[in-house]
Write a protein that binds this ligand. Structure first.
Ligand code: DX5
Ligand code: ZN
Length: 215
């Protein structure tokens, strides 16, 4: 069964308490929190004070996806705000290994995200040091985009690499996950499904989360 991580980017920002409660009552495993700086991606979302409040109300694992430049500068602050998993972008880190070591030494799980154009092979010398790879299946910055089909090849390639090396690294897929494509994503080897619009725009978000879980 995949882990399900509803993405709060698609939540009703006027009712975050209600949305957090809905996720608590659902079968979701993680809560995916997208932080954007308007530099690494052409959009700005929410940041530390918002996550700090959500942390107080959620019982789920806080999966923080940093789409920001110089993420290392903020690792301690996101730990203090309540992140359990902290994911940085390969493309935003000149000293990725240092950033990963810092995240882990702060007691968080460390994730590395790859943009759609970044090859899986760039992970060769960091894979054994991380807990999660987030493969972006859309260009980061916005919710509600269409899943890029080539991602399925990347998932299979990464699954093979992880299995060959006997590593315990999770594969997370982020962007355009729907009830129609989730089965093929899981079949290709994904462990964690992020879902924004598919969950929060649904008539019955909890039912959709349950369906994704059993896909
Ligand atoms: C995009 C974000 C995603 C986004 C996914 O940059 O990283 O987490 O919320 O949204 P959907 O599932 O609507 O594509
Ligand atoms: Zn995300």
């Amino acid at each position: 069964m995949p882990l399900i991580a509803p993405s709060f980017l698609a939540a009703d920002f006027l009712n975050l308490e209600r949305e957090t409660r809905m996720v608590n009552e659902s079968e979701a495993d993680w809560l995916h929190l997208d932080v954007m700086d308007g530099l690494f991606v052409p959009n700005i979302s929410f940041g530390l004070p918002v996550i700090e409040q959500i942390r107080k109300a959620t019982q789920k694992v806080c999966d923080v996806h940093l789409m920001i430049m110089n993420p290392g500068q903020y690792a301690e602050a996101f730990k203090a705000a309540g992140a359990d998993v902290l994911t940085v972008h390969m493309e935003a880190c000149t000293h990725l290994h240092r950033n990963i070591e810092q995240i882990r030494s702060l007691g968080m799980q460390a994730g590395v995200a790859l943009n759609p154009h970044t090859p899986v092979s760039t992970l060769h010398d960091i894979l054994h040091d991380i807990d999660l790879v987030c493969l972006m299946s859309v260009n980061p910055g916005f919710g509600g985009q269409k899943f890029i089909p080539h991602t399925l090849h990347k998932i299979r390639e990464l699954r093979q690499l992880i299995n060959e090396r006997g590593l315990n690294v999770k594969i997370e897929i982020d962007g355009g996950v729907t009830l129609d494509n989730a089965a093929s994503i899981v079949e290709a080897g994904a462990d964690v499904l992020v879902a924004g619009n598919t969950v929060f725009r649904a008539q019955d978000p909890k039912a959709v989360i349950a369906q994704l879980k059993r896909i």
